[in-house]
Design a protein around this ligand. Structure first.
Ligand code: MN
Length: 287
């Protein structure tokens, strides 16, 4: 069994645009190779927005060199990018955007949700790409809740939504470039779940709601992140009350990381090239 490496509790709140009151739970700048193949996890805990006919969000901005994965728990989100992809997602749905060689995109509250107002709750994960795929064409996957398999746990312990990777032999719909698992677990109080993770792979869990026990006696609560050691197989979580856990695992990408804002490459020269390409319009145009 993998051992717990750390429980990360000090994520500082900040706003992304005017629509996303997030905490940066994971950041490559802070946590480095320990979280590879992931680069960032921003979590926006439940937050009430009043109704508006001017949806809040983030104006167009570029990305290059990785993927952004947005998981909606409450509210709704609309995405549009310069590669011609667009999508609207709601609770239980996921947007998996492959920026790769570069896109501009906009991320706003979905107009229907914005007009109604109410609770908004999302997580956004950045998944790194290996050097050989960083300049691949951009892509986009809308993964609707209806297309995300649900695995029932034994003894009515809860249900695991398999977004990417395979849980208990059931494979999620996301196409990934390297082995990545993203599982949303809804656990009854007292339920214990053991996640199959290979030796050498990263494993971690965002506690979205509730309270869980990990390792021998450590407890993690809402908005905290459990990071296990790469060494050892499998990671286990026991829910101390009804809990929602976003479980992440993946094969580390052991390559140099050069990151600046929305660009994540392997060298400083590639970052300079990304800035020039963005400024000269080579990452695309939007109306
Ligand atoms: Mn973005």
């Amino acid at each position: 069994m993998k051992r717990v490496s750390a429980i990360l509790r000090d994520a500082q709140p900040h706003w992304v645009g005017d629509g996303f009151p997030v905490r940066s739970v994971l950041s490559h700048h802070q946590h480095g190779a320990a979280i590879s193949p992931f680069l960032l996890l921003d979590y926006a805990p439940p937050f009430h927005f009043p109704p508006t006919d001017q949806p809040r969000g983030v104006e167009r901005h570029p990305h290059r060199g990785f993927e952004t994965v947005t998981i909606v728990y409450q509210g709704g989100l609309a995405h549009r990018d310069s590669a011609g992809h667009s999508g609207v997602i709601g609770p239980g749905d996921v947007q998996w955007m492959t920026a790769a060689s570069g896109v501009l995109h906009e991320e706003f509250h979905e107009p229907g949700y914005a007009a109604r107002g109410g609770i908004f709750q999302v997580a956004q994960l950045w998944v790194n790409l290996p050097a050989r795929f960083k300049m691949s064409p951009p892509g986009y996957q809308t993964l609707l809740a209806a297309d995300i398999p649900k695995v029932e746990l034994a003894d009515a312990g809860g249900v695991v939504h398999v977004i990417a990777g395979a849980f208990a032999g059931v494979r999620g719909p996301a196409r990934t470039f390297t082995p990545v698992s993203v599982w949303n677990m809804r656990l009854r109080g007292g339920a214990a779940v053991t996640a199959a993770v290979p030796d050498g792979h990263m494993a971690g869990a965002l506690i979205v709601a509730g309270r869980v026990r990990v390792g021998s006696s450590e407890v993690a609560s809402e908005a905290e992140f459990v990071l296990w050691d790469r060494a050892g197989q499998d990671a286990s979580v026991t829910a101390l009350e009804e809990s929602t856990v976003l479980f992440l695992a993946g094969e580390p990408i052991d390559e140099p990381v050069a990151a600046r804002g929305p660009f994540v490459m392997n060298t400083a020269d590639e970052i300079q090239q990304a800035i020039r390409d963005y400024q000269s319009g080579k990452m695309g145009q939007m109306d």
